[in-house]
Write a protein that binds this ligand. Structure first.
Ligand code: 5AD
Ligand code: SF4
Length: 476
């Protein structure tokens, strides 16, 4: 039986009502005013973390407060990721277990990429679910909650087109030192393995004035580091030529904000990294010398099959140019092993490229087929053991390169943004401009400040140092 509440549906034609929620038990509450608490569990990337902060801001505006316990929350949201199979299975398992357990009287919703990929089919699998809200519709969270309460039905809104009136300034951030700022949403690149163009839609840049306004406010509020987010930040402004503001222009605007200490960005598609951007990294004091520059594979045949639109040689040329313009730049990458038909020698090309480039940071993934992507038409023909073996070899290589890099930094003095106490409770922890973790002894008053630290040793993934009174060699 389908239940529609026509009076409200007339006003809100784009929201879809489905089945009444799991039959017998009505909610304890009937209006937003009576919802008191929320809990949002976030999976996946930084963009999801930011979306969670924006949703939290909306809920807090309505008077809800966060609780630390899923069970106790009147509104429980799973902000999901579907980039790889594992990410999706985690949420599906969790939702399944909740359905089998004690019936909750609060509202349960799914947002994020899985909401876009699976839409209202989630209701069939999870009858205890109340709403599904897509990545382009998070502004409608409070409307959706009203609908759920008013109609006692399952409600979904998953539109392909991004709503440009997203209230970025409402974001509620737990971190008081570092903030994410969204500058472009969606992706037009359509790599053959990737769900993002389908779950986050086409590229839509955010107006520069709105970004500058938010960044000014963050700097006024004492934030020391801003990370600009987008699936491909280098495409910024290309969809709105009338603004006359491309990515490097935006970086210049942000660098001129008084008090702006550090700006980072992620992530970039190598094809769109321009000379102007490289020069901005060299010239703008706030812009950190770290570029996430995902190669994905070292074989040009596999890159073509992935639709990465560059060859290995073109990628290497870009890296050489970047290193020529910004000699102290650090590079990060993403790599997929075991893409359909990848041979041993093609994998070896990936290994050799990684060895040649010497990344500071590498995220390495085993290929997992995603529904709806073009790569699904190819057989996932690389056995799981082979994928894991390849993955392991690259992890070992990366560990070796990173250790060598860390050991070369002994004796140098680095700028550290001090973020918090380390787990041991005795040392402080922060990051260099090039994203390296550093721990050193100091007191709580240093948290939130930039300090010079001289590196004397290193541990697993961490540089260890002491506060420097006088910087000797500045190693960014
Ligand atoms: N399988 C494995 N890794 C993937 N990524 C994206 N899609 C897949 C997939 N189907 C990786 C890419 C991307 C990163 C965010 O996730 O390396 O850059
Ligand atoms: Fe996915 Fe490729 Fe877009 Fe990155 S550039 S989000 S890998 S489609």
């Amino acid at each position: 039986m389908k239940r529609y509440h026509t009076s409200i549906a007339d006003f809100l034609p784009t929201i879809n009502f489905c089945l009444p929620k799991a039959l017998e038990i009505p909610y304890h509450v009937y209006s937003m005013k009576e919802l008191k608490t929320y809990f949002i569990r976030t999976y996946g990337c930084q963009m999801n973390e930011l979306d969670t902060e924006i949703m939290a801001g909306q809920l807090q505006k309505k008077g809800l407060v966060p609780v630390g316990d899923e069970e106790a929350a009147d509104v429980l949201i799973f902000n999901t990721c579907s980039i790889r199979d594992l990410a999706e299975r985690k949420v599906m398992g969790k939702l399944g277990r909740m359905g089998r357990g004690q019936k909750r009287h609060g509202i349960i919703g799914v947002t994020g990429c899985m909401a876009m990929a699976k839409k209202d089919s989630l209701f069939r699998k999870f009858p205890h679910l109340d709403f599904v809200l897509g990545t382009n519709n998070i502004t409608d969270l409070d409307v959706i909650l009203d609908e759920v309460l008013y109609t006692q039905s399952q409600v979904h809104k998953t539109e392909d087109r991004f709503e440009e009136n997203l209230d970025y300034l409402a974001a509620k951030r737990d971190n008081k030192i570092k903030a994410y700022v969204s500058i472009i949403r969606g992706c037009d690149k359509f790599c053959t393995y990737c769900v993002v163009p389908y779950t986050r839609g086409q590229e839509v840049s955010r107006p520069p004035e709105s970004i500058v306004e938010e960044c000014k406010k963050l700097v006024d509020d004492g934030y020391k580091e801003i990370t600009l987010l987008g699936q491909n930040v280098n495409s910024y402004g290309k969809d709105k030529p009338e603004w006359g503001c491309l990515f490097h222009d935006l970086l210049h605007k942000l660098d001129s904000i008084a008090g702006m200490e550090r700006v980072r960005f992620m992530t970039s598609h190598p094809i769109d990294i321009t000379v102007e951007l490289m020069q901005a990294i060299r010239d703008l004091p706030s812009l950190c010398e770290f570029v996430h520059f995902p190669i994905q594979a070292g074989s040009s045949r596999i890159l073509k099959k992935m639709h990465r639109i560059y060859t290995k040689e073109q990628y290497l040329e870009k890296v050489a140019l970047l290193r020529q313009i910004v000699p102290n730049v650090s590079l990060g990458t993403d790599i997929i092993v075991g893409f359909p038909t990848e041979t041993d020698s093609e994998f070896q090309e990936t290994y050799d490229v990684m060895k040649e480039i010497r990344y500071s940071l590498a995220f390495i993934y085993a290929y997992s087929p995603r529904k709806g992507t073009p790569a699904m038409r190819w057989k996932d023909d690389i056995p799981e053991e082979v994928k894991q073996e390849r993955l392991q070899r690259l992890l070992e290589l990366q560990e070796q390169v990173s250790n060598e890099e860390r050991s070369q930094m002994i004796g140098s003095t680095v700028e550290v943004l001090v973020e918090r106490w380390n787990k041991d409770g005795k040392t402080l922890k922060g990051r260099t401009r090039c994203w390296k973790k550093v721990i050193f002894e100091g007191d709580a008053s240093l948290i939130g400040s930039l300090q010079q630290v001289t590196v004397h040793s290193f541990g697993h993934e961490t540089l260890i140092g002491t506060l420097a009174t006088k910087p000797l060699i500045i190693h960014k």
